[in-house]
Ligand binder design. Structure first.
Ligand SMILES: *Cc1c(COP(=O)(O)O)cnc(C)c1O
Length: 362
């Protein structure tokens, strides 16, 4: 048995061990075919049910109505930044963007190249340490959609209460917290997520799309960038990332076996509390970046008294088998990414390590 570390990487990130073991077991001979899943046609009778089950299970876990569609696309969440306005921001319309971090800014940067996209609210002034107050959101006249980033991977903030603007559809980048908690999908016209944080390996981007949004797609954009084409072809318009989709399916089955999203949320809250409590009880030795009412359950960001101690912390943590804790340069300090697949024991080990490190260095 290989020695496994406690993996706090931001993405690609930890996968459930049973998923890796099953993939390993089936790698050379998938279901008695004498072939690897890596070697067979995406139109084979073995692969078709994989896409179908993945779509249905994804909808089941989210409680999405049956007529919603799930697409397995390529190009990462970054391609969605452009695809969303190309499909849903026609000339004459406006889209509103709420800026809560690096990724929402990148989404806006792409949208303004394509159409009239505006900033409806932003927390950039305080280095994205919080989600803007709903009362500060300034909407355009009947925008085509409002774009949000549900969890800000780099800054460690999240919409603790997801917003709802009534009839105005939301579009959300949920790359780093999809399937981490239950929520009502109906206010969303479209949700997208790069798989490599909370869903599976890199190489596939999952999109959930509402039927009325599929109707809005213009016919004059490149075929590969049309959501309706991918929906009509069940994500098999061209060769999809078959292995990534297969691993996503194994992760979805694992999630269901864990008790689904309600059970996941409960566990994620307990995991995050172990680390946030350690920060809050450190007498200021550890300082969280996120304001308390905007704290992410997926990415915990914190600073130490100085950069030298931060370097020492990262090095000693790695020595102790706790890897991937160095924060992003735009925040500095540490970031513990504790996605669905990161077990409670990893968070307990980190909390214990933090207390011991403070004792030695505080
Ligand atoms: C990682 C991340 C992205 C970028 O995803 P790619 O798949 O690399 O394009 C976008 N948005 C959020 C919230 C992310 O965490």
């Amino acid at each position: 048995m290989a020695k496994r570390v406690f993996n706090f990487n931001a993405g690609p990130a930890a996968l459930p061990l049973p998923v890796l073991e099953e993939a390993q077991r089936d790698l050379l001979d998938f279901q008695g075919t004498g072939m690897s899943i890596l070697e067979m046609s995406h139109r084979s009778k073995e692969f078709q049910p994989i896409v179908e089950e993945a779509e249905n299970l994804f909808k089941e876990l989210l409680g999405a109505p049956a007529d919603y569609r799930v697409l397995f696309l390529q190009g990462g969440a970054s391609t969605q930044f452009a695809m969303v306005p190309m499909n849903f921001l026609p000339a004459g319309a406006t889209a509103d963007y709420i800026l809560t971090g690096t990724w929402s800014k990148k989404a806006l940067d792409e949208a303004v190249k394509i159409g009239d996209a505006k900033v409806a609210a932003s927390s950039e002034e305080t280095n994205f340490d919080r989600i803007p107050e709903l009362s500060s959101v300034k909407l355009s006249d009947s925008p085509a959609y409002i774009h949000i980033t549900s969890n800000n991977t780099i800054f460690g903030t999240s919409w603790v209460n997801l917003p709802n603007f009534g009839d105005i559809p939301l579009v959300a980048d949920m790359s780093s917290d999809i399937l981490s908690r239950p929520f009502d999908v109906r206010p969303y016209g479209l949700i997208y997520a790069g798989a490599q944080k909370n869903l599976g390996p890199a190489g596939v981007t999952v999109v959930l799309i509402r039927p009325d949004f599929l109707e809005r797609v213009p016919k004059n954009i490149p075929t590969m960038l049309r959501y309706d084409i991918h929906a009509k072809n069940n994500s098999l318009y061209n060769t999809p990332p078959v292995f990534s989709i297969y691993i996503v399916l194994l992760v979805l089955r694992w999630l269901k076996a864990q008790g689904g999203l309600a059970a996941m949320e409960k566990l994620n809250k307990a995991k995050a509390a172990l680390i946030y409590d350690t920060i809050d009880n450190s007498g200021g030795f550890y300082r969280g970046h996120a304001q308390k009412d905007s704290r992410s359950l997926m990415n915990v960001t914190f600073r130490l008294p100085n950069e030298e101690l931060e370097k020492k912390f990262a090095a000693e943590a790695t020595q102790a088998g706790l890897v991937g804790l160095k924060g992003h340069r735009s925040v500095g300090g540490m970031r513990a990414s504790i996605y669905n697949a990161v077990p409670l024991e990893a968070c307990q080990a980190l909390a214990d390590f933090m207390k011991e490190f403070q004792k030695q260095n505080g």
